[in-house]
Design a protein around this ligand. Structure first.
Ligand code: HEM
Length: 461
């Protein structure tokens, strides 16, 4: 295994074959994940390529990840500008994922407490309740196959809605899923399309995007209005957002700020976990020996009971399965930044405004840091084993902009796996599954699985 320090000096390689004007856009646009992975294997840990007018740097080494996200994080900002929104900011506005500076700092201070560890027990109970409700509907599927990725999306959407907003979105599920899919795809395409038409030009695509946004805006504004009207006091995110006051001015969040933060948590809080769970079911279905050990653990610990937050400490293998799935299929496959000033790192210089991608997908499969990197091996996480190097494993990012929902997801993922895994054994009902990047790393066209029921373990007490 390599020592991270010994590679602090890396050479920046220009990816060959860029076309005039377009650069490497064609290869990247069609298959961003495969292209980034192939370039990394061929040319190394620090690369430069062009997407139309933009020059992009791809870093796939832990030492570079550490510099960008931790030790020099003040020199690397988010790529979004409030005045000229692009990419995710077109959908999420100036919420926690897309904002910067003082607004971000203030809002992170407001939102962070909702994810405190002390709240996780109550949240876990809610998560499990939602899981039970959805499982009750699974009986109707019988032997028919379902798209497990879509199912996980609906499950985690309902979880986020019930835990953060104390409301059910079950009756709007199809429309929310559709609207989020349309708008995230639009946002993602706008990033690497140099001729992306502004949203106000009435093309069919822009109109569809507009409808999707209006639907989500209405949903959020109605949610806020209903809470204000009822005056109900729930211990949730919506309450924190409504109660928040600026320390100096005493002014609360504007409706637009409320909308941006609420929609950000809706989107960031379910899409990532849903994809992580979908990939986990896929990996379990294709690794019978892991599945057997998983079933043995959940049966032994739960005896058919609904899992709680406390059970998780007795389910190390289930947690290891989730960690290993996040390694092989990180829902955020690359973290994007831009340099705020001219910056030197890893022995080379980047100009101001240079775009940087920290390639988590590549980092997580780096053969210099992981033994047998392509293999699904939950055992590598047992007995308190730590990642092989600092910043070699970053599914939730690191540094000031690390995921605010890390604990939430680390409870939700294994809890839902255990809850479902003790009753069902999802079997793969299609030949192969192809990963696709659309903001997050998702299975292209979903994953068809049949929901084979498992025996009911004996319940004691
Ligand atoms: C397996 C599940 C999840 C994964 C893999 C994940 C991954 C990430 C990553 C890598 C980042 C950092 C992005 C960057 O540095 O630019 C991030 C940020 C964020 N995540 Fe997550 N996330 C997950 C679940 C959640 C959940 C459950 C929530 C909320 C309930 C959430 C809310 C956020 C927010 C608001 C940010 C922006 C934080 C900031 O910039 O201050 N995420 N997430």
């Amino acid at each position: 295994m390599q020592d991270v320090e010994s590679h602090a000096s890396l050479t920046l390689i220009d990816v060959p074959g860029g076309l005039p004007w377009l650069g490497h856009l064609r290869a990247f646009k069609h298959r961003p994940l495969r292209t980034m992975s192939e370039w990394w294997c061929r040319y190394g840990d620090a690369l430069r390529f062009r997407l139309g007018p933009k020059t992009v740097h791809l870093f796939s080494h832990p030492a570079l990840a550490e510099e960008v996200l931790l030790s020099q994080s003040e020199r690397f900002g988010k790529v979004y500008e409030q005045r000229r929104p692009t990419g995710l900011a077109l959908v999420l506005g100036n919420g926690l994922v897309t904002s910067s500076g003082e607004v971000w700092k203030r809002h992170r201070r407001i939102i962070q407490p909702v994810f405190h560890r002390s709240r996780m027990t109550a949240m876990a109970n809610r998560m499990a309740q939602v899981g039970e409700q959805r499982l009750a509907g699974w009986k109707a599927h019988g032997e028919r196959s379902i798209d497990i990725a879509a199912e996980m999306m609906q499950l985690t959407l309902e979880v986020i809605s019930q835990t953060m907003f104390h409301t059910s979105v079950a009756q709007h599920m199809d429309q929310i899923s559709h609207s989020l899919r349309v708008s995230l795809k639009y946002a993602f395409d706008s990033f690497h399309n140099p001729v992306h038409l502004p949203a106000w030009i009435p093309t069919a695509r822009n109109r569809e995007f507009g409808r999707a946004l209006r639907f989500m805006d209405t949903l959020i504004y109605e949610l806020v209005a209903a809470r204000r009207q009822s005056g109900a006091q729930h211990d949730d995110l919506l309450n924190l957002l409504l109660q928040a006051r600026d320390e100096e001015t005493g002014i609360g969040l504007s409706d637009q700020e409320l909308r941006d933060e609420a929609l950000t948590i809706f989107a960031a809080g379910h899409e990532t976990t849903a994809n992580a769970l979908a990939w986990t079911w896929y990996l379990l279905a294709t690794h019978p020996e892991v599945r057997t050990r998983f079933h043995t653990e959940v049966d032994r610990v739960l005896h058919g009971r609904t899992p709680t937050a406390d059970d998780l400490q007795h389910l190390p293998y289930t947690r290891a399965i989730f960690d290993e799935s996040l390694r092989l299929y990180p829902p955020v496959p690359a973290i994007q930044r831009k340099t705020l000033t001219e910056t030197t790192l890893g022995g080379f210089s980047l100009p101001a405004n240079a775009i940087v991608l920290v390639g988590l997908y590549n980092l997580h499969r780096h053969p210099a840091f992981w033994a047998d990197p392509e293999r699904f091996l939950p055992e590598r996480w047992l007995d308190g084993t730590r990642p092989p190097a600092r910043c070699a494993y970053l599914p939730f990012g690191v540094g000031p902009r690390a995921c605010v929902g890390t604990h939430f997801a680390a409870v939700e993922g294994p809890l839902l796996l255990a809850l479902i895994g003790q009753r069902y054994d999802p079997q793969l009902a299609q030949e192969s599954v192809e990963p696709e990047v659309m903001v997050t790393l998702r299975p292209k066209n979903g994953i068809r699985m049949t929901l084979q029921r498992r025996h009911q373990p004996v319940t004691f007490g």
